[in-house]
Design a protein around this ligand. Structure first.
Ligand SMILES: Nc1nc2c(c(=O)[nH]1)N[C@@H](CN(C=O)c1ccc(C(=O)N[C@@H](CCC(=O)O)C(=O)O)cc1)CN2
Ligand SMILES: NCC(=O)N[C@@H]1O[C@H](COP(=O)([O-])[O-])[C@@H](O)[C@H]1O
Length: 283
């Protein structure tokens, strides 16, 4: 079972010029004139009115046009979240483009998928053994900037993101964790270890958390979560599968919101997602 609470109370945001709510796209229910026409003159007049309205709406949407975002994804394993985000970019549900894949395991499944889809693969950090391969933290920041990366998405990446990168991309690095933070997070809690800890605790709910990344593991501002029921005789693998299915949905939804600039920061520092269907609602 998945639940998601919609917040639509009075919100206060840091003072900044209010952004006009864009006119909703033309939809029959919203834009069809519904009164009976009296004569051919009325019909002609109505066509003029509707044409003007359409032009104004299109013009407004053009003014509000938001640029596609450039995304870099970091993985260490199979990369199923990475693949779902890529499918979203290709399919049109995400207004973004995957320009880089970064990994600490250059032969992992995510890296193989990137190479077979023409996405450049970078190795970070440098392997411990003496090797020319791999980037230093400074080199990594430089490359991300050269590619014009707007957002960095961690998806099963198992190394600590260095402070240099966190500082270079403030409020622009996201991570997905397979449990409801702040519980079951931190150093040593990743992959199946997380689900084993959840089951051992007797928690009745788990589920993915998407949060902004700071200098420590799993302590950044929480942006999105969804709850997944823990079943009494769940194995770690069964729970992992249910949570991963929910991760795939949640990450694509959040990345779509990021690319559409629908993240709003409340004055107390909590980030919220503005509803796509009703701009007055946040969650
Ligand atoms: N600066 C940050 N870096 C990273 C974060 C973060 O929040 N801030 N999130 C992690 C992802 N993650 C949980 O979501 C996570 C990944 C790995 C570990 C961990 O304990 N790793 C081991 C090494 C594991 C390995 O090399 O196989 C360790 O550091 O000893 C904890 C949490 C990504 N980076
Ligand atoms: N703490 C980090 C962590 O455990 N991340 C988890 O690794 C898996 C990666 O799967 P994927 O490679 O198939 O996307 C995901 O379940 C993700 O939440």
């Amino acid at each position: 079972m998945v639940s998601r609470v919609l917040f639509s109370g009075q919100l206060t945001f840091p003072a900044k010029p209010p952004r006009e709510t864009p006119i909703a796209p033309l939809t029959p229910s919203r834009n069809v004139l519904s009164f009976p026409l009296r004569s051919s003159v009325d019909r002609f007049a109505m066509r003029i009115v509707k044409a003007a309205s359409f032009t104004r709406t299109v013009a407004k949407v053009d003014e509000e046009a938001i640029s596609r975002k450039k995304l870099a994804v970091f993985v260490s394993g199979g990369g199923s979240n990475f693949k779902k985000i890529h499918e979203g970019c290709i399919g049109g549900s995400v207004q973004g483009d995957l320009v880089l894949l970064v990994t600490n395991k250059k032969d992992c499944g995510g890296a193989d998928y990137a190479r077979s889809n023409g996405i450049p693969v970078l190795l970070f950090p440098k392997p411990k053994r003496e090797s020319s391969d791999g980037l230093s933290p400074t080199e990594l920041v430089d490359v991300l900037r050269e590619y014009g990366v707007d957002f960095v998405l961690l998806a099963g990446y198992l190394k600590l993101i260095p402070a240099e990168l966190v500082k270079a991309f403030p409020k622009r690095i996201l991570n997905i964790h397979p449990a409801l933070l702040p519980a079951f997070g931190g150093k040593g809690l990743y992959g199946m270890r997380v689900h084993k800890a959840v089951l051992a605790s007797g928690a009745r709910y788990s589920g993915p958390t998407i949060h902004f990344v700071d200098e420590e593991y799993d302590t950044g501002r929480i942006l999105a979560q969804s709850a997944v029921r823990v079943i009494a005789n769940d194995t770690p693998e069964e729970l992992a599968k249910r949570v991963l299915d929910e991760e795939h949905k949640l990450y694509v939804e959040v990345v779509a919101a990021i690319c559409e600039e629908r993240i709003k920061w409340r004055e107390d520092g909590v980030p919220l997602i503005q509803s796509k269907d009703n701009p007055d609602d946040y969650y």
